[in-house]
Ligand binder design. Structure first.
Ligand code: ZN
Length: 131
């Protein structure tokens, strides 16, 4: 089982406050656009696909699958960085895969969101673990 490293706390902007409030409540939110009916991540007020400002947050299942990953074994505490594709969407998000055996990770593997403390008093951040 991998050792857990603490990452620096994210900087929370007004534009992303609802996202971080969701994470703090154990929910992974995703931004959708009413104009082009597509999702995006990271959350932005203006849709990156069509430029509309008619965007809103919705709660995801927190389930995803590994799209790609890499193990950083030379770091002081080795970790797995990955892109995961959120269930029911074509959105991939960069994250870490934790609570796992690095040598057992596979592309396409199902994972689920978990929420991890950061350095200092910052908000927790979403990461993923095997489902
Ligand atoms: Zn759009």
């Amino acid at each position: 089982m991998s050792e857990l490293r603490k990452i620096p706390a994210p900087h929370v902007e007004e534009e992303t406050r609802a996202y971080w409030d969701g994470v703090d409540a154990g929910k992974l939110l995703l931004k959708f656009c009413r104009s082009c009916n597509s999702a995006h991540h990271y959350p932005r007020s203006i849709c990156p696909h069509c430029g509309s400002d008619d965007t809103y947050f919705t709660e995801t299942s927190g389930r995803a699958s590994i799209y790609s990953f890499s193990i950083l074994r030379v770091a002081p505490i080795p970790y797995a960085i990955a892109y995961v594709t959120l269930e029911g969407t074509d959105v991939t998000m960069m994250t870490n895969i934790i609570n796992c055996d690095f040598d057992a990770l596979e592309v396409g593997q199902p994972v689920k969101a978990c929420f991890v403390e950061t350095e200092g008093d910052g908000p927790v951040v979403p990461m993923f673990e095997p489902a």
